[in-house]
Structures are given as structure tokens and as C-alpha cells.
Design a protein around this ligand. Structure first.
Ligand SMILES: Nc1ncnc2c1ncn2[C@@H]1O[C@H](COP(=O)(O)OP(=O)(O)O)[C@@H](O)[C@H]1O
Ligand SMILES: [Mg+2]
Length: 486
């Protein structure tokens, strides 16, 4: 299974930390860059204004002298401007002296000589009585200083300072911060990867152990020794498994004890049944012996007594033989068994009675059943007992239905008939040994008792259902993965 990396703890953590770094670094770099920009711009403005104002004084002086005829201006203003352009420091793009109408008196670029400026920037520069800062384009600062003394005005000095260097410096700074942000994110990924590896590694180990640990097979000794919270989670898990194991053992002990109790009850019932079966004929025999002792019988009577005694002894012998016969094989010999053919073979044994009673048989058995690990002789006997009961319950015909299916790891066998059914009052007793409602010679009362023993030895259960006059259903279920009786 492919895991979406963002659904892991590590993925989520890295994502959140990266987002946090981006937000913090963006805020930080924005603050730093705008502060830097302010400082740089302030420095440029301060130096530019000082330069413009001091040059304006020289230019004004020159123009006054010229007006009063003290000097000939021609060349002086141009000198000032070319001196200014040669200065190191501020990146000055242009400098010019304009007369009050905007015509160039002197200009740093010879091309502009004789030109007259009419634009709005020039307009504002010409009309401002004070030094004026204007931005004709984002990377150009225009400083204009009036050439005036009180209300008398000779013109305006304009200096253009390029802000391109400043902008380049600022964008380099922005790049630097972007680079730092990327670096921090990389570091965060590596560090959170490492830290979460410390956290998720042992969690993975724990979950693998949880998946593979089997309580029955004994607990492995803890493979993780840590003093932190994960270690304590791990120890709690091991303690929990120990508790589960001891609960499981306790449950098994109780079950074993219960099983023994049930066995004792079964043996009790069996001996009580045996005692009853033997006591009855013994009573008859004792009665005969009592009469013999009294004496005085005719030969005919004595023969009659002897016959009765023989009859009683034979009955006892038959009961004992029946019991021995039925209880012959106490241990299971499991082998892979084709249950479908086991049913066929058992039905074949009952063929004669089925025909005689005009019973129709309906089978619902899947064509392919996986081989089932059971003791086939004993389960054959169970089937025979159940089917025989059904056949005996339908002396005047009916339908015998056998269904076999596998449901939830259980083999389920259901045998239904349309006979007289089982009256409610005897239903609790049908599994008791020697319990029978059939005439002597037809029923021993051991069939269902023995079937129950065998089914339980396979780890399964057997139930009868069906009310009086509605037929009976016997349902057997045997676990496929059964470990058998305890
Ligand atoms: N299919 C059935 N229909 C009606 N009664 C049944 C059926 N199966 C069992 N019983 C009742 O359960 C009793 C006990 O059955 P079982 O232990 O096989 O002994 P038996 O068949 O020798 O009487 C039967 O005598 C009968 O009363
Ligand atoms: Mg029977």
C-alpha cells in the first residue's frame, strides 16, 4: 500500500514547520528590506539636497554678479555642472540650470543646450520657492533648488539622481532572504525528519510487534529499552499483553474445570442410567430366587422362573454390551475426509429402511467441499445415529433433508425430518444416556448421547430443534480449525 506522505506525522510536521518558516521569514525580510530602503533613501536625499543647495548658492551668486556686470557668466555655470558630474559618490544622472521660463542655461548633456522644458515636473520645480523632491520614474530622484534671493528669482537648479543602484542592492537583499528561507526549510525538513524518525521508528516497531504477537505462543521479551514516553507506552503494551495472557490462562483453567464438571455429570448420568437398566432385571431375578428359596413349586413353575431369570440376565448382558460397543473408541483419529461421500456411504447403510418407509431424501451438499479433518469412523457413527432417528421418526413416509455447508470456519450439518418431532417436555433429556421413547429392542437411548460425546470431542456442538408434530432438526457444527477436546 502506498502511503500519502502528507498523511504521515512526519509529512504533516514538515509541512506546518515549512509554512511557519515562510510566514516568519517573509515578515522578517519585508521589515528588514523596507527599513534598509528607508535608510538608503534618507542618505541619498540628505546628500543630494545638501549638494543641490550648496551648488544653488554658487549659481545664484554667479548670476547676480553677471547681472550687475561683475563677471561674464558664459562658461562658469557649465563648469559648476561638469565639476558636479565628476564627483564620486552619488550616481548623478543629470544636472541643469533653467531660467524662470524653463529654458536651459546650462546642462550636463551638451545635447540639451538651448532646449526649453515644459513638463509638469519642470513646472513644479520652477514655481516652488523651496527645495523640491520629485520622482519622475521609480528609479530616478529629481531635486530642484530655486536660484533666488528673497522674491527675486533667476531660475532653478535641477539634479537627477539614479536610484537604480539602491534598487539593485535591495533586490539582492530580497534574494538573500529568499535563499535563507529555502535554507531554513531544508534544515527544518532534515531536523524534523530526524526528530520524528526518533519518534516514529519505535512506534513502527511497536505496531509491528502488536500485529505479530500471539498471546498463546508466549510473550517475547521487550526489544525496546527507552526511558521516555514511547518506552513507557511500550512497557504498558507489554504489561497489557501479560494481563491478557494471564486472563487467557485463567479462562482456559476455568474451561477445563467446567469441562471436567460436565464430564462428571455425564458419568453420573451414565452410571445412574446403567444402574436403572441393571437394577430392573436384577429385581426380577431376586424375586425368582426368593420364590425358589420358599420351594414347593411345580416343575412347570420352576421352568417359568428359570426362563424369567435367564431373560433378566440376558437383558443385563445386552445393556453392558451396548454400552461397551458404543463407547469403544474414546480417542479421535483425524484424517482429511470427503464429507460428501461420508454422507453417501451412511445413507447407503440405511437404504433398506428408507425404501421400506417410503422416505424421499433431499441432499443439499456443495459439489466441492474441502477435505475436512475429522475422525471419519466416529463422525460416520454420528451421522448414522441421527439419520436412523430421522428414519425411525417417519414410519409412514416423509422427507429427509440433509444439508451441509461451511459458514464462518465451521462445518454445519443439518438433518431434518417430517416425522412426529420432539415434544417440548422431553427435549432436555434426549442427550441423556439410555433416554429413549422407543419400544425395547428398537432403541437403546445411547445414540444421541454418544453422538454428543463424539461431536464435542471434535470441538463442536449438537442441538435438536423441532416441536411436536412438525418434524425434528438436528444441527451439528464443527470448527474447521478445531483443536479438538481439551
Ligand atoms: N428425529 C427425531 N424425531 C423425533 N424424536 C427423536 C428424533 N431423534 C431423537 N428423538 C428422540 O430422542 C430420543 C433419544 O434418541 P437416541 O439417543 O438416538 O436414542 P434411541 O434412538 O435409541 O431412542 C429418542 O428416543 C426420541 O424420543
Ligand atoms: Mg437413536
Amino acid at each position: 500500500m502506498r502511503i500519502n506522505p502528507l498523511s504521515t506525522l512526519q509529512g504533516k510536521f514538515t509541512l506546518y514547520v515549512s509554512a511557519l518558516i515562510v510566514v516568519i521569514m517573509t515578515g522578517l525580510s519585508w521589515g528588514v528590506i523596507s527599513r534598509e530602503r528607508r535608510l538608503m533613501e534618507d542618505a541619498i536625499v540628505r546628500e543630494g539636497v545638501a549638494l543641490a543647495e550648496s551648488l544653488a548658492i554658487s549659481c545664484t551668486n554667479t548670476m547676480i554678479y553677471e547681472e550687475v556686470g561683475l563677471v561674464d557668466e558664459s562658461g562658469l555655470l557649465d563648469n559648476y555642472i561638469s565639476d558636479l558630474m565628476k564627483r564620486k559618490g552619488l550616481p548623478i544622472r543629470y544636472a541643469m540650470v533653467l531660467d524662470p521660463q524653463g529654458s536651459v542655461i546650462a546642462h550636463s548633456s551638451a545635447k540639451e543646450e538651448g532646449r526649453s522644458f515644459r513638463d509638469s515636473i519642470t513646472g513644479r520645480a520652477l514655481s516652488s520657492p523651496l527645495t523640491l523632491l520629485q520622482y519622475p520614474s521609480p528609479d530616478l530622484l529629481d531635486i530642484s533648488a530655486p536660484l533666488a534671493i528673497s522674491s527675486k528669482r533667476w531660475g532653478t537648479l535641477r539634479i537627477g539622481i539614479s536610484l537604480e543602484d539602491m534598487r539593485n542592492e535591495l533586490s539582492a537583499l530580497a534574494w538573500k532572504y529568499t535563499f535563507y528561507t529555502a535554507g531554513f526549510i531544508m534544515m527544518a525538513i532534515i531536523v524534523t525528519g530526524f526528530l520524528l524518525g526518533l519518534l516514529t521508528g519505535p512506534l513502527k516497531l511497536l505496531s509491528e510487534e502488536m500485529d505479530t504477537m500471539k498471546v498463546r505462543e508466549g510473550l517475547p521479551s521487550p526489544s525496546l529499552v527507552r526511558r521516555d514516553e514511547i518506552g513507557s507506552l511500550y512497557r504498558s503494551f507489554h504489561r497489557m499483553m501479560k494481563r491478557i495472557k494471564s486472563d487467557e490462562e485463567e479462562r482456559e483453567r476455568t474451561q477445563r474445570a467446567l469441562y471436567l464438571t460436565e464430564k462428571m455429570v455425564a458419568i453420573g448420568k451414565l452410571t445412574a442410567g446403567m444402574a436403572h437398566e441393571i437394577n430392573n432385571p436384577l429385581g426380577g431375578i431376586l424375586n425368582c430366587i426368593y420364590h425358589f428359596k420358599k420351594g414347593g413349586q411345580s416343575a412347570e413353575q420352576r421352568n417359568e422362573y428359570l426362563d424369567l431369570m435367564e431373560d433378566g440376565v440376558r437383558r443385563i448382558q445386552r445393556r453392558v454390551t451396548d454400552l461397551l460397543e458404543y463407547a469403544r473408541s474414546p480417542s479421535l483419529e483425524r484424517s482429511a475426509t470427503d464429507f460428501r461421500s461420508l454422507v453417501e456411504r451412511t445413507l447407503a447403510l440405511l437404504d433398506y429402511q428408507i425404501q421400506q418407509n417410503r422416505i424421499s431424501v433431499v441432499q443439499e451438499i456443495p459439489e466441492v467441499l474441502p477435505p475436512i479433518e475429522i475422525d471419519k469412523d466416529q463422525m460416520g457413527q454420528v451421522l448414522l445415529n441421527i439419520l436412523l432417528n430421522a428414519v425411525q421418526a417417519m414410519p409412514d413416509g416423509g422427507v429427509l433433508e440433509i444439508s451441509v455447508q461451511i459458514l464462518a470456519e465451521q462445518l454445519i450439518i443439518e438433518v431434518s425430518d417430517t416425522g412426529a418431532g420432539i415434544p417440548e417436555e422431553i427435549a432436555p433429556n434426549v442427550f441423556d444416556p439410555f433416554f429413549t421413547t422407543k419400544p425395547d429392542g428398537k432403541g437403546t437411548g445411547l445414540g444421541l448421547w454418544l453422538s454428543q460425546q463424539i461431536v464435542e470431542r471434535h470441538g463442536g456442538t449438537i442441538r435438536v430443534a423441532g416441536r411436536e408434530k412438525q418434524g425434528a432438526t438436528v444441527r451439528i457444527s464443527i470448527p474447521l480449525t478445531s483443536k479438538g477436546a481439551l
